[in-house]
Structures are given as C-alpha cells and as structure tokens.
Design a protein around this ligand. Structure first.
Ligand code: ADP
Ligand code: ZN
Ligand code: ZN
Length: 671
C-alpha cells in the first residue's frame, strides 16, 4: 500500500500557516497538480484554496485530517514564479501567506461556485498604428537597454513630461512581443489613463491587450486574469494589483510614474507594487523599466552615482519629443507684493485674461476639494467638526452638505449655528468649488469647468470631462492633482498653482518630494503642442530652493538636496522603517498595546533596530477610533526584516481587548 498523501493548502485566513488535507482514497496527486485551486471543507463551510505542497505526512493525527473535496482543473495551475512572488510578498510584508495568495486572485476565482468559461472578447482586427521616428535621446536609451542583453536589469527612465517615455515603453513591448514574451505595464491609476490604454491597443491590435484594475467588474477581471494565465493576452496593463497577474511568458515589466504613492496599497496587505515589480523582474531574470519625470528619491538614489549605489541604470530624456515643443516657463508670483484677492493675484488674473483673448485654455491647480475646509460661527466659536474624527467637516456647497473627507460622514449645511443660533456662518479657507465660483465672478463670459473627485467620481464622468476639455468646450479649468497626470490638452497654455506653500513646511518630511512632483506634473500640462506654455506659482516664498529648482526644471539638483538632507537626518532611503499602528475606542488602549509591543521587542533580535516612542497618529481619531503608532527603524534592511520576523509572532501573543486592531506596515510612506 502506498503511503498516505497529504495536500498542503493555502486558505484566505489570517493565520501564518498552511492547512493539511488528506487526498481522498483512490486518488493520487502529482507535482503537476501543485498550483491548482482546490475545494476543501472548513468548519461547516467549504472554501477555495490553493494546493501549495504535497507531502507524505502531517503533524496532525490521521483521524483529525479531513479529506479535500476536489481539485479544480478548469484553469491552468498557477506557475512556480507566481508562488515565489506571493511568498516573497508574505515574507517581506509579514502577512499571512494564504491571505496574500488568495486575496490577489479575482473574486470570481475565489468563490466556491464553478468558474464559467468566460469567452475572450476581441474587438475587430485593426491595423497597427505606425510608430514615429525616434529622437536621438530615445534611440540612445533603447540602445542602452538593448546592449545590456538578457537577464535582470533595472532601468530608471527619467524623462521630462512629453519627452517620449511612453514611446520607449511601446518599443520595448514590441521587442518583447517579437521574442514571444508577455509584457506587464503598471500605471498608477487606470481611471486617469484611458489614453494610454488606447495608445497601446492601437499599436498592438493583435496582442490581446487586457487591463486589470479595481474598477473592472468581477466577470471582466476574472476573464482578463485568465487570459494572462493562459497566455492569450500578451500585454497586461494594470494598476498595483496587476503585479500579481500570473504571466507564464513574462519578459518585460514597466512601471510608469514609478514615484506615485498609489503603487502602495494602504490597507489590508500593505505592499508596494513597484518594489514587488523589481523583485519579480530579478527573480524572472528579465528587464524592468521604472519611468518618471520626478522619480521617487528611493529610486533616484538607486540610480545615481552620488549615492554610490548604481543598482539601477539611469537613462535620461531632457527634451520634448515633438520637434519645437518647449517646456513651459516657470515663474513665481510673490504674494507678499501682489496680494491675492479671493485667492487670485493680479498677475494671474492678467494671464488668464490674455488666454481668454487668444481663445486658449487656462488651468488653476488647487489640491483641495469642496468649497471651504471649515464652516464657523464668529459669534460663539463653533466650527464644523466631525464628531467621529479629529478633523473638520468640509463645506460642499455644490450639494449643500458638510462632509468628512476621512470617514465619509455627511450632514446638511445648518441654516444657523447649532450652538448659538447665529444665522451668519462663515466659510474659512478655499477649495476648488469656491475657486470655481470666484473665477466665474471674475470672468462671466468664460466657460469654467471644475475637475476633481467630486465632479469625476467614476471613469465615465472622468472621460466625459476629458472629452469636453479636448473639444475646447471649456476656457478655464479648476482642478486638483487629478488633472495633473498624463494628459495632452493642446489648447492649454497657462497653469497657475494657487496655494502650494503649505506643503513646504508640512510635518511630513516627504511633503516637499510630493509637492515637487505634483507641480512638475501639472506644469507639464501647459504647452505640449506647438504653443509654448506658462506656469505661474503664487507663493510667499519665491526664493525657496524647491521653487528655484522648479523654475530651472532641475529635478536632479532638487533630488540631490533632498537626499543630502535625508542622509543627515537618517531618513529613508538611508534608513529602513516599519510602522506598527493600533486603533481602539480609547487612545490609552492603543498606546498601551504599542508599549507592550515595544516591551516584548527587547529580544536579542532588536540589535541595530531603533524604537521611537508610541505616539498618537496625526489624525488621532478616525471613524470613532483613536489611533497610535510606533515607528521602528534600522540602517540595515536585513536587520529590520530579521527583527520583524521575530517580533510578529510575539505581537500576536499580546493580550489585548477585542476592540483593538493593529497592523504592521513595512516601508511606510505616510505618517
Ligand atoms: P511622455 O510619456 O514622456 O510624457 P510621450 O511618449 O507621451 O511622452 O510623448 C509625448 C508626445 O510626443 C506624444 O504626443 C507622442 O506621440 C510624441 N512623440 C513621442 N516620441 C516621438 C518621436 N520620436 N517623434 C515625434 N513625436 C513623438
Ligand atoms: Zn454660534
Ligand atoms: Zn469623520
């Protein structure tokens, strides 16, 4: 008689282990079954899991082992390199393996109901769009990548907006396809990039391009994912979750706008899709290209000699690709001299006026939605405060409500002060809705269009707004950073930044990096075609080095200064961090847990790891829960990882009240 066969199965549970099941009598599984989904009994339910290993023994006594129900073979098994990727993700972010594996599958494939054979959808065959002749800089970049040959190579493609980075991606994809490989193109927000999708599809009409992002319905997501796994789809375009797509012939990974924070998942398993992409490329021994006009300082340090690292090869595009197209001129308006009225300086008003006279478009950038950040009563001092969060309710006049941007709480705008009855409430500060109203007052003849998450909450609405801007059916755009990304608006020749100064002195030391990227990106919207653009920044600090670098379009010098400051302060990328956060109805409970966590960290593993004090988070209360954080840091990534691996099991044994929740984030971006 052959020995019993045990199937080790990953299940979507918050437990750091696999689950053993007996292979039913009369059935024999082989190594080629590993990677199939399996149906197993669990308590009174049945669950879909993944077959990870086969073994001949189990730690459980035989009478406690249940038999698995069935092996689901409608889909090909998940390939070995997909297992390595999810295992690495679970290790590095200290998340339960089963949860990582199962939560990255489309919902339809996690359900107990059988998978329908969801047929692939193909549009009618189209003629491939011709590619332009490359500029000298593009040629040089492509030649450098070609010369490196096969194997793992990481490139940081630093190119100003409009320098033709996307064209380079397309040429690389072309090479990969010609070599029989699949290509994975990651973008920060697919919502904002229908243009890119159209562009890739037009260039490669026969490549079965599929997209993967959270706005897709379950059926479409399963269908596209399956097409990637079977190899029908040769190109996958997706947001961060697409990093987990199984791609048997993967030969190229591209991460566009690699600096964008949306590559970092902010809940559940807090992974960085960009960092996983680099791991995946190394493990598959293939090239990866990280592209940006304003790279993250982590990537920049990896690519520049000054930091002495050179892990990535730096490729630069300094000129715009379209002949004659120039970068916008950048100028600061000193608001100490030219005092803004209702947020607008006279110089900016004049510039808008000129554009109206020439039938060109202007864009005013204000990164704050709503009408005003707070409503207040001058008589008694009442302010619109969210009772669930340590934050103000934002006044939204467009739908006459007060809304919390943190927990979503909504209330009608009161007619009178809730405490003293005063009917004369005033709105403090300025959001996009108020700016829109002010602009409409100044320029009654102009068509003003507001573009923010309230005006474009779905992809459909967003596309309609973009189409309207393109058709020239708007003279002045008022928008948040939503407008900053990847759009060509040929008639747009003026961009004004209304109130960017706050980010210069924010407590978050990453704020300047983000501000520079945002301003550079929004400046890039001006004058993309044959018309030169102008970018005006309203500021009280025109001499600030950040603005000075922006005026010169000089990302490298900005990055060098920032990196120097970080090196002196011992901040990332010169240190590695992890953040333990806890939330509970009372702050004392949250901080108490963090103190216990720190106490049990006095294990030997804590060598070369620094602990900060447990403190309340900046937004100390959210949705009625009080939140605290404990930062741990080490100059060595490996030492930090070793410590976290020893610490996590100890954290799980800390006795804490049931209403306390905690999580660990590795490489946190937000504080
Ligand atoms: P980026 O991704 O760096 O913003 P794109 O690849 O989108 O730049 O290129 C910007 C514009 O220049 C696009 O309209 C594109 O079609 C055009 N373009 C790119 N490369 C070339 C080229 N070699 N010759 C002419 N036009 C080009
Ligand atoms: Zn009052
Ligand atoms: Zn709230």
């Amino acid at each position: 008689m052959s020995p019993p066969q045990i199937a080790r199965v990953a299940l979507d549970l918050p437990l750091r282990r696999l689950f053993d099941y007996r292979v039913p009598d009369g059935e024999r599984l082989s190594a080629s079954d590993i990677g199939y989904r399996v149906l197993v009994p669990f308590g009174r339910q049945r669950k879909v899991g993944l077959l990870v290993e086969l073994s001949s023994g189990s730690d459980l006594p035989p009478e406690q082992l249940k038999a698995l129900d069935s092996v689901l073979r409608e889909l090909p098994p998940l390939p070995a390199d997909w297992f390595r990727l999810t295992e690495f993700c679970a290790d590095y972010y200290h998340a339960p393996l089963g949860q990582v594996m199962l939560s990255t599958l489309p919902a339809g494939l996690r359900a107990v109901a059988p998978v329908k054979r969801r047929p692939p959808r193909r549009g009618p065959p189209a003629a491939a769009q011709r590619s332009p002749e490359l500029t000298a800089e593009q040629q040089a970049s492509l030649a450098a990548i070609g010369a490196a040959g096969a194997g793992f190579h990481a490139y940081l493609l630093h190119g100003i907006t409009g320098s033709g980075k996307t064209e380079i991606y397309l040429r690389l994809i072309e090479r990969a396809l010609a070599g029989g490989q699949q290509a994975l193109l990651l973008v920060p927000e697919i919502n904002l990039t229908p243009q890119l999708e159209a562009r890739v599809a037009a260039r490669f009409p026969d490549a079965g391009l599929v997209s993967l992002h959270s706005e897709l319905g379950d059926a479409a997501r399963s269908r596209n994912w399956r097409a990637a796994l079977t190899g029908e789809a040769r190109i996958v375009l997706g947001t961060r979750l697409a990093i987990f797509t199984p791609l048997p012939d993967l030969g190229l990974i591209i991460v566009d706008e690699e600096h964008d924070v949306s590559f970092k998942q902010q809940d559940g398993i807090r992974y960085s899709a960009r960092d996983l992409a680099v791991f995946r490329a190394r493990q598959r021994a293939i090239p990866i290209v990280l592209g940006s006009a304003t790279p993250s300082l982590e990537s920049w340090a990896n690519a520049t000699a000054t930091a002495g690292r050179g892990r990535y090869q730096l490729l630069s595009l300094r000129e715009r690709a379209v002949r004659g197209a120039r970068l916008p001129t950048v100028q600061c308006i000193d608001t100490r001299l030219d005092k803004p009225q209702d947020g607008l300086s006279s110089a900016l008003l004049r510039a808008i006026d000129e554009r109206l006279a020439r039938a060109e478009q202007s864009l005013l950038f204000l990164n704050r939605r709503g009408y005003a950040p707070v409503l207040a009563c001058a008589a008694c001092g009442w302010t619109s405060h969210c009772h669930r969060c340590a934050a103000n309710l934002v006044l939204h006049l467009a739908d006459r409500c007060l809304r919390c941007h943190h927990c979503g709480f909504e209330a009608r705008v009161p007619r009178a002060c809730p405490t003293c009855g005063n009917q004369d409430l005033s709105a403090f500060g300025r959001g996009t809705q108020r700016l829109e109203a002010v602009i409409a007052g100044h320029f009654p003849q102009a068509r003003v269009l507001r573009v923010d998450r309230d005006a474009a909450s779905s992809r459909k609405q967003w596309e309609a707004l973009v189409a309207r801007i393109h058709s020239g059916d708007a003279d002045i755009l008022v928008g948040t950073q939503m407008l900053a990304k990847g759009h060509d608006f040929p008639k747009l020749t003026l961009v004004g930044a209304i109130a960017p100064d706050a980010a210069l002195f924010a407590a978050d030391w990453r704020a300047p990096e983000r501000l520079f990227a945002q301003l550079m990106q929004v400046a890039g919207r001006a004058g993309r075609a044959e018309r030169p653009g102008e970018f005006l920044i309203q500021t009280q600090f025109p001499e600030h080095p950040l603005y000075a670098a922006l005026v010169r379009h000089d990302f490298p010098s900005f990055a060098a200064t920032q990196l120097e400051e970080r090196q002196q302060a011992g901040f990332p990328p010169y240190a590695h961090q992890a953040m333990l956060r806890a939330e509970a109805p009372q702050m004392a409970t949250a901080l108490g847990f963090l103190r216990s966590a720190r106490a049990c960290a006095s294990v030997a593993a804590a060598n070369s790891v620094v602990f900060y004090d447990p403190v309340p988070m900046r937004l100390a209360r959210r949705a009625s829960l009080e939140r605290g954080q404990l930062l741990v840091e080490s100059p060595s990534r490996r030492a930090l990882q070793r410590f976290l691996a020893a610490w996590m099991p100890e954290l799980e044994t800390i006795k804490s009240p049931s209403r306390l929740r905690w999580h660990l984030e590795v490489d946190p971006l937000e504080f």
